[in-house]
Design a protein around this ligand. Structure first.
Ligand code: FE2
Length: 200
């Protein structure tokens, strides 16, 4: 694998006013890039052909895991968000049916998503996953990722302060509300849901 930073799937200002250009510049260009740089220093000479961020994360611990998982999680994060009109547009099709069946409504999924994100202590990630054939909202600590627990991620929101502090200061809940209402890329989640459904 190479350790190149993938470009953002949209312009740095594309998520304004919900996430500012400066946040995305730092978050992608410094934090995400930094995880890849550290990972390359740690394992660059030892990577075997065919290895990926995912395979490295799933077979490592300590700093190698932390940096590989953080790089993978951020790649997933950028695709979990989209500018308007896609961002925040309600899910459609099979995923919408599955959300209604599991949570009762999109509003109830939103309530659970905000509650788990609001009460998560410290740094980490908020996820919608498929766990044992069921949709589930959960958070992971620090760099931890659902793939390590046999769960399939559909969508993620970054709970590290670097993701929202410039735009929201300590108001994590307001960041989470705007993520869900204006940025969540349900087309991406639906594609992940379809791929997971096809595997079963
Ligand atoms: Fe981040």
């Amino acid at each position: 694998m190479d350790f190149q930073l993938n470009p953002l799937p949209y312009a740095r200002e594309a998520l304004e006013p919900w996430i500012g250009r400066e946040t995305l510049a730092l978050h992608h260009g410094e934090h995400h890039a930094g995880y890849l740089e550290k990972l390359e220093k740690l394992v660059g000479e030892h990577v075997k052909p065919g290895e990926t961020l995912e395979s490295i994360a799933l077979s490592s611990t300590g700093p190698v895991f932390d940096n590989a998982a953080q790089a993978w999680n951020h790649d997933f994060l950028w695709r979990s968000m989209a500018p308007a009109p896609k961002g925040g547009a309600a899910p459609q099709g099979a995923l919408a049916d599955a959300i209604d069946s599991r949570f009762g409504s999109l509003g109830e999924l939103r309530r659970e998503f905000l509650e788990i994100g609001r009460t998560h202590f410290g740094s980490g990630w908020l996820w919608l996953v498929v766990d044992d054939f069921e949709l589930r909202v959960l958070s992971t600590q620090d760099a931890d990722m659902p793939l390590r627990h046999g769960q399939t991620p559909l969508l993620t929101c970054d709970l590290w302060e670097h993701a929202y502090y410039l735009d929201y200061r300590n108001e994590r809940e307001r960041y989470l509300e705007n993520f869900f209402d204006h940025l969540a890329n349900w087309d991406f989640a639906a594609a992940n849901w379809s791929a997971e459904s096809a595997r079963r």
